[in-house]
Design a binder for this molecule. Sequence first.
Ligand SMILES: NC(=O)c1ccc[n+]([C@@H]2O[C@H](COP(=O)([O-])OP(=O)(O)OC[C@H]3O[C@@H](n4cnc5c(N)ncnc54)[C@H](OP(=O)(O)O)[C@@H]3O)[C@@H](O)[C@H]2O)c1
Length: 330
Amino acid sequence: MYIPSQYRYKDMEYNRCGRSGLLLPAISLGLWHNFGGVDDFHTARMMVRTAFDYGITHFDLANNYGPPPGSAEINFGRILNLDFRQHRDEIVVSTKAGYWMWDGPYGDWGSRKYLLASLDQSLRRLQLDYVDIFYHHRPDPKTPLEETMAALADSVKAGKALYVGISNYPPEQTERACDILQSFGVPLLIHQPKYNMFERWVESELLTTLHKRGIGCIAFSPLAQGLLTEKYLHGIPQNSRAAKPHGFLHKSEITMEKLLKIQKLNDFAASRGQSLAQMALAWVLRRTEVTSVLIGASQPVQILDAVRCLKNRQFSNDELMEIDAILSNG
Ligand SMILES: NC(=O)c1ccc[n+]([C@@H]2O[C@H](COP(=O)([O-])OP(=O)(O)OC[C@H]3O[C@@H](n4cnc5c(N)ncnc54)[C@H](OP(=O)(O)O)[C@@H]3O)[C@@H](O)[C@H]2O)c1
């Protein structure tokens, strides 16, 4: 039987999500990779336990996480049932719809038909009555935004989600989504964009928009899928995401130019007394608009590495300039 650590709330930071009442842990765990039907269930279960033991109260899913699609929700539902039945009210579960999930015209993008059916399916797989956050996973250029946002708002009114969010939306559409949701009396809680040292598109406008509108921000792939660790410095290890046929990190993305930067960043992190993963997470969290960094993991030890980033989160201006110089020049 699993008894969570009694010290689990001691060291984690909890940040207010935009102008809402919801606090999220500075580090959240995503179940995109390593929690599917092809993965080891015991390791997945141990990762969820480790996360919770260290104060990670937020777990992020989507309808299509696996493989096969849907299996991460099934596995997480099993883990919740086995280990966390007494702790549902200590946990924030999110799921999403927006990418391909089933065949035919109603299993993809942003229609009301797709979103509401998908949420019902997710709840069945998760064995939950409601999720805490329901997201639209990506903008749909062909469906009126009003329809997609009405579906999100209705998921809240039906009691199937407590809050709603959007992911991968550009700034202008984010503002419109926020206005439309407001007109339905449902605030836009959170935006989930990709943000890491190698991908900084959010810095030009999105973060300012989120701050202005009181929307929280949870940054996904803060380690660039594992690139911002020392893992790939000496080749592609077996069992790494880049080595797996179903992994979304492609070998072609691990270029010599990136590896040179990673080596320098790794040395710089060591001079700060932390691992590169810890520095990369602290660097994303330096932006006050960021509520939480959404990490992935394949082993419990990676979660332990991540939570230690909170021990050294400060950067001097000189350090930030040094990191910028490495990222721009190599
Ligand atoms: N909204 C969206 O469109 C979207 C898209 C992508 C992701 N997400 C969300 O964001 C979450 C995180 O994404 P991500 O998995 O790409 O995040 P990430 O934190 O950038 O990468 C996680 C991977 O990095 C490696 N890693 C982590 N800690 C490590 C350490 N200490 N040392 C060495 N390697 C380490 C592991 O890879 P190995 O498996 O190689 O060990 C791990 O699976 C997802 O689970 C999902 O919830 C959302």
